[in-house]
Structures are given as C-alpha cells and as structure tokens.
Design a protein around this ligand. Structure first.
Ligand code: IPM
Ligand code: MG
Length: 368
C-alpha cells in the first residue's frame, strides 16, 4: 500500500487560494514521482469563514486540522472585514488556530542565494551570504496577555495590552532555537529589550540558563532596536535569531526585504503535536484575483512541511532547488523588479512543478 499523508489546506482570503493551488500542483508532482498519497482536506478560515459561518475559525476547520498531520495555510484578512469587532476579524482565525494547536514556535528562514542577490532591497555586498532563521515565540507575549481591551474613563478612551512571559514559554522556544543552531552554524542571537522591559529581563535570564546546556552553541544578546539596524548592516553574520512574538513579527518583515520580496519567504509554526506552514506575506487584497501573486513563498512552505512534518528531505530540497533554478533563469512575478515580462501565478507554479519533477526523476534514476 502507498504511504498516506493527511494535509489540511486552509486557503483563506485574498491571494491565499491562488497561491495554495500552486503549492498543491507541486505536491502532486512529489506524489506521482515518489509514489505516495497526499490526502487533502480543505477548510475555511479568516474572512471567507466569517462570510460563510459568522466566525473566523469554524469548528469544522479545527476538526479538519486535528485530523491532519500538517496544515498548509494561504493568508487571512482584507479591507472588507476591517470594521468588524476585534473577535470577528479574520486575523483571529490565525491567532486562534495557533493557540488551539499549541504552535509555540515559528521559524522564518531568510536565505539569499548568490544568484538572487540582485533582487534584494539591500546592496549585494551587504546581503550576500545571508542565511538566517528567525525563531519567533508564537503563543505568548503582548499578543495574548491579559488584561487587554478598549476602555473609557472620565470621558476618555484608552487601550490596554499586556506583555507576559512565563519561564516555561521562554524555555521551550529557546530549546528549539539551540537545537536548530546545532544543525547549522551554531550561533544564537537572542533579541530583547532588557534595558526597558521586565519580560525581556526574564527572557534574557532564561535564555542564558538554557544556553548553558548547549555549550557548543555561541549565544549573544542584542536589543531589538539595535538588531533592526544590524539586520540591514550585517545580515550575513546572523544564524539563528531567537525572539518574542511581537519583535519576531516585526523583524521578520524587515528581514524579508533581504530576499527582495516578501513573496519569496515561507514559514513553519511548530508545536508538540501539530504543525502549520504558511507564506509570511499576507492576503494582498490589492492584487487578489489578478494572477499576479507570487506562489513561491507558499511552495517553499510546502517544502518545509515535507522536511519537518514528513521527513522527506530529498523532496523538500528538490522543491527548493527547483525554485532557485526557475528564479535564476530570470522568471519573475510582477512584484519582483527586473527586466522582461512577469509571468502569472499559475505559470510560475507550473514552471516550478516541472522543474521539481525533473529533479526528482533524475534522483530516482541515480538511485536505480
Ligand atoms: C504574521 C502576521 C500575523 C501576526 C497577523 C496576520 C495576525 O502578521 O504571521 O506575521 O501578527 O502574527
Ligand atoms: Mg507579520
């Protein structure tokens, strides 16, 4: 019997469905060449779920996710839902699914291949050799702390959010960062604001303590404002950047510009029992339905899924190499600057799928 892998697809809003379709195209290639079966089940999330069911994360979607080994998500959000009450906004779907599935660590790799340095928003001499992973804590900090809310007193409104970090929350994400560093260049840079925030002081202490169990990994600490600067000035010197939920959110968008386009970068959100993979870009409502979205970030997210959830390293690297080869040929989608005509979302997906098939087949022949 063929091996069977259960994947939940949550296309979401805006360009989400378009980019998910291209990732599925590439996964089907892996399926047919490698002789295995992916069973896809599609669920609603975000604005499209609000429209259909009046909630951003319907119970059926949670059931589909619980019944799957991995989840591939497109994007959520759009201007038509912006006026909704906070608990009814599309982003809540994403935040709730992270919470429900216990996805406490978010990996955001940023790799700038030599052949692609010219796409970068930063001068090639600075960005060359950049290969880092942002390890972002995903279930704590100011995103989830209580009290929170909008209140009013003496006729004036005020908003409250609370940053809380408990020791175990820092410990578990720190372990993941150090373990990952061991598979790479053995360098962890922990990012905080310990000169101002108590949560950051705790963060720094805990990370330092956990770091003692990994004496072979070099640990340094840096304030977040300085890190924002160093990321532009010396991006290639970072290996693992370990940071909190909010700082990771901001720094990962900044780091995305190293690669030239946010449309190129994947992410993996991992917990103890489930994993979710998604592009780091949003729903891009301005280009939705116009065949202009870049499917690369989602295709690379599918590659991360094969690597981390299904231990299919060869297939994951085949997809990554296929993406690199196609981009190297100068093929680009509309948001990437360059000469020549930009291709459509589905053309980009097909070219990567064809290239992946070629690579996987030549690997099989080599083995035989
Ligand atoms: C991200 C996004 C989300 C976040 C939003 C959509 C809730 O910006 O995944 O980076 O802030 O975590
Ligand atoms: Mg973000």
């Amino acid at each position: 019997m063929q091996a069977l892998y259960r994947i939940a697809l949550l296309p979401g809003d805006g360009v989400g469905p378009e980019v998910i379709a291209e990732a599925v195209k590439v996964l089907k290639v892996v399926e047919s060449v490698n002789g295995l079966t992916f069973r896809f089940q599609t669920g609603l999330i975000g604005g499209s779920a609000i429209d259909a069911t009046a909630t951003p994360l319907p119970p059926e979607t949670v059931a589909i996710c619980n019944n799957s080994q991995a989840i591939l998500l497109g994007a959520v959000g759009g201007p038509q839902w912006e006026s909704k009450r906070p608990e009814l906004r599309p982003e809540q779907g994403l935040l709730q699914i992270r919470k429900r599935l216990g996805l406490y660590v978010n990996l955001r790799p940023v790799k700038v291949h030599d052949s692609l340095v010219n796409y970068s928003a930063i001068k090639p001499a600075y960005v060359k050799g950049t290969d880092l992973i942002i390890v972002r804590e995903l279930l704590g900090g100011i995103y989830f702390g209580n009290p929170r809310g909008l209140f009013s007193k003496n006729g004036e409104r005020f908003g409250v959010n609370t940053e809380i970090y408990r020791e175990h929350e820092v410990e578990r994400v720190a372990h993941r960062a150090f373990q990952l560093a061991r598979m790479r260049r053995r360098k962890v840079t922990s990012v905080d604001k310990a000169n101002v925030l108590e949560t950051s002081r705790l963060w720094r202490e805990v990370v330092t303590r956990i770091g003692r169990s990994y004496p072979d990994v070099e640990l340094s600490h840096i304030y977040v404002d300085n890190c924002a600067m160093q990321l532009i000035g010396r991006p290639a010197s970072f290996d693992i950047i370990l940071t909190s939920n909010m700082f990771g959110d901001i720094l990962s968008d900044e780091a995305a510009m190293m690669a030239g386009s946010i449309g190129l970068l994947p992410s993996a959100s991992l917990g103890e029992r489930s994993s979710l993979y998604e592009p780091i870009h949003g729903s891009a409502p301005d280009i939705a339905g116009r065949k202009r979205a870049n499917p690369v970030a989602t295709i690379l997210s599918a590659a991360l899924m094969l690597r981390y959830s299904f231990r299919m390293e060869a297939a994951a690297s085949a997809i990554e190499t296929a993406v690199e080869k196609v981009l190297k040929r100068g093929v680009r989608t509309a948001e990437i600057p360059g000469r020549g005509r930009a291709v459509s979302t589905s053309r980009m997906g097909s070219l990567i799928a064809e290239q992946t098939a070629k690579l996987l087949k030549s690997e099989r022949t080599r083995k035989i």
